[in-house]
Design a protein around this ligand. Structure first.
Ligand SMILES: NC(=O)c1ccc[n+]([C@@H]2O[C@H](COP(=O)([O-])OP(=O)(O)OC[C@H]3O[C@@H](n4cnc5c(N)ncnc54)[C@H](O)[C@@H]3O)[C@@H](O)[C@H]2O)c1
Length: 275
């Protein structure tokens, strides 16, 4: 049955940033429910301790921004290492600023948080998959802000755009080893950290065709597809999980009417009031 391809029984999958109680935690749970041995990684011990996942789980406290942390994480994965989900990333308050004023220190911090570890953890995982001659699957949580502009959030948007470029290049280089590399372009997702930027949940669905924010489970479902053999012939892809937000230009208002259309006859036809 094709649904058997969803199962990951006994296969190790590393999830970086699994302890945040948001996207990483939901991905770890979904993979564990599919039978994977989840290697849950976080640099925050309290967040790791708070994890409650089904099945066999390996908890690793490590900083994946360091070579030692990366080596420790890959060594901790038991059996056949099948997958990696790069979740570590995000945005801190000082990362919001006009590009004219953006500080070099914050630029470096944002690229460190969102980009560099994706390359070097993926590289270490792929080296092991090549040694195992097993193939495997890598999925990275990027953002809609890496697909289109990220105004006043220039370092984050640039880092997430770079993650998409990295995804495409690794997919092409590593296809010969049966290693697939894909990304999720997540839209606005309700997580413990994101609530600090989205203060009014009532406004959060604005501009989103599906008229709501996403949940960590929405992202985890896409990740489960990408990590599992259901997506066996998909690599180098960027899968939007954004309620359709990327498909809609900003020049449409909340009712999907182009903001520049003022012709009363067109407005009447759109609204069905033209008799
Ligand atoms: N929430 C959203 O709306 C949204 C939208 C698009 C993309 N994303 C992306 O989703 C991902 C997860 O977002 P979230 O809000 O769930 O994150 P989060 O901050 O809740 O979780 C990230 C976890 O990573 C850990 N971490 C950070 N640096 C680390 C390091 N060097 N080594 C090991 N662990 C480290 C943190 O301790 C934290 O527990 C990020 O990449 C973010 O950019 C989020």
């Amino acid at each position: 049955m094709i649904t058997d391809r969803l199962r990951l029984d006994g296969r190790s999958v590393i999830v970086s940033g699994a302890g945040g109680g948001g996207i990483g935690t939901s991905c770890a749970r979904a993979l564990a429910e599919a039978g994977a041995v989840v290697v849950a990684v976080d640099r925050d011990q309290d967040r790791l301790d708070a994890l409650d996942l089904p099945g066999e789980t390996v908890l690793v406290r490590a900083d994946i921004g360091t070579a030692e942390g990366v080596a420790e994480v890959v060594a901790a994965a038991p059996g056949v290492l099948h997958g990696l989900v790069n979740v570590v990333g995000g945005s801190l308050l000082p990362h919001w600023a006009p590009a004219l004023d953006f500080a070099r220190e914050q630029w470096d911090a944002s690229l460190d948080l969102n980009l560099h570890h994706v390359m070097f953890l993926s590289q270490a995982v792929a080296r092991r998959m090549v040694d195992q001659e097993s193939g495997g699957s890598i999925a990275t949580i990027a953002s809609t802000g890496g697909v289109v502009a990220a105004p006043y959030h220039v370092a984050y948007g640039t880092a997430k755009a770079a993650v998409l470029g990295l995804t495409r290049t690794l997919a092409v280089e590593w296809g010969q080893y049966g290693i697939r590399v894909n990304a999720v372009a997540a839209g606005s997702i309700t997580t413990p950290r994101a609530t600090s930027t989205v203060q009014d949940p009532g406004l959060a669905g604005r501009g989103v065709p599906m008229r709501r924010r996403g949940t960590p489970e929405d992202v985890a479902a896409a990740v489960l597809f990408l990590v599992s053999d259901l997506s066996a012939y998909t690599t180098g892809a960027v899968l939007p999980v954004d309620g359709g937000a990327l498909q809609r230009l900003g020049l449409f208002d909340d009712d999907n009417v182009p903001v520049h259309v003022t012709n009363p006859q067109i407005l009447a036809r759109i609204r069905g009031t033209d008799g």
